[in-house]
Design a protein around this ligand. Structure first.
Ligand code: MRU
Length: 355
């Protein structure tokens, strides 16, 4: 992604450290943070300085590399992997990446593990970029097919949360087809769900679409159904934190309601996911561990005050409690297709990709 005329990934290794874009500071400040320890990587994941399923997978991979620099015994490696997996439970990419690192490193002599880990982590990051590029091309074909009826027509796409460049190492998943279509000269406009409580849509998706010059409009989370009823949404494309082998899609809380409205209105609903997001061990979405986050994320809202300072204000009565499930599951029956780097699959066909 180009920011201030420079190409950035969201995470990259530096001298015995890892640099990342601190997403808690966007959209008002572009801040690069350097982390040097496993504890700092775990903190960055837990507190969502890095977030989004593929990106926390890559962060976990680099976290393993940082975590085994002083000891790379089998026991030390297992402890590092466990610490990383404990940070956030829902996005399967995190455990996938940590376990892949563990497996690959165990096949290397102990003395060589510390340096090999950087190469293995880099491979995970590079694969993510390549997968997203392919997702973009497959998804672009869907948008182009819609546009082919009337070349002048603007295709309106609704997305939820942030499954863009910021949620991955580069390129994005749900936004990859949109970037590819926009770059190919197709007219696209994105309805950006604000995505309470953490507002990843309003803060992150809107910001990165603006950087790329893609026309977009931020909407309240509750507006999508209304827009669909009025023919203003041609398709929904979201990302996912985990897709089961039967095609249930677990994504940011509120995705399910968008899928229900889309189904009712005959609007196609797609999830764009790289294959590491598919959990072949799990058949049904009900078996996915849904992260419960701090209720204060619901009780408070933060943003920039007119004087430029960050402000955090309470929006619910002091007597009230709040509940904050971070993800929900959209059942396969509501999903039109799953856009992967290997092509687009109906949920019932996803198993043909399987391992
Ligand atoms: O809690 P977050 O911000 O990590 O949740 C992110 C999402 O739900 C994304 O839609 C998902 O990870 C897909 S990212 C390509």
């Amino acid at each position: 992604m180009r920011i201030h005329d420079q190409h950035f990934r969201t995470i990259w290794p530096t001298q015995n450290a890892v640099s990342l874009i601190d997403q808690t500071r966007l959209p008002f400040e572009f801040v690069i943070v350097s982390v040097t320890t496993l504890a700092e990587v775990c903190h960055a994941i837990r507190h969502m300085q890095v977030r989004g399923a593929p990106l926390i997978g890559a962060a976990a991979a680099y976290g393993v590399a940082l975590g085994i620099q002083s000891s790379a015994t089998e026991t030390a490696l297992a402890a590092v992997v466990q610490q990383l997996i404990a940070t956030r439970p829902t996005a399967v990419n995190l455990a996938w990446a940590a376990h892949r690192m563990q497996q690959q490193l165990l096949a290397v002599p102990e003395a060589a593990r510390a340096s090999a880990a950087w190469l293995f982590a880099q491979a995970i990051a590079d694969e993510d970029v390549a997968q997203n590029l392919a997702i973009g091309q497959h998804g672009k074909a869907l948008i182009a097919a819609k546009a082919s009826v009337d070349a002048q027509q603007t295709i309106n796409i609704l997305t939820h949360c942030n499954a863009g460049w910021l949620a991955t190492v580069d390129g994005g998943t749900a936004l990859a087809p949109i970037y590819a279509a926009h770059d190919a000269g197709l007219k696209v406009h994105v309805w950006v769900d604000e995505t309470r409580p953490r507002n990843q849509g309003a803060s992150l998706t809107a910001w990165e679409l603006a950087q790329h010059g893609v026309p977009h409009t931020v909407i309240a989370d509750n507006a999508g159904g209304h827009l669909m009823q009025h023919g203003q949404v041609d398709m929904v494309i979201v990302g996912a934190d985990r897709v089961t082998r039967e095609g249930d899609v677990c994504n940011k809380i509120g995705t399910y309601l968008k899928a229900l409205a889309a189904y009712d209105q005959g609007v196609p609903f797609y999830a764009a996911v790289p294959t590491p997001t598919i959990d072949w061990q799990v058949a049904r979405g009900a078996d996915i561990d849904i992260e419960m986050r701090d209720a204060d994320e619901v009780a408070y809202i933060s943003g920039q005050a007119p004087d430029g300072r960050w402000q955090r204000v309470r929006i619910i009565p002091h007597e009230s409690t709040a509940l904050n499930p971070a993800f929900d599951v959209t059942p396969a029956r509501l999903v039109t297709g799953i856009i992967t780097e290997c092509g687009i699959f109906a949920p019932a066909q996803l198993h043909t990709l399987g391992q």
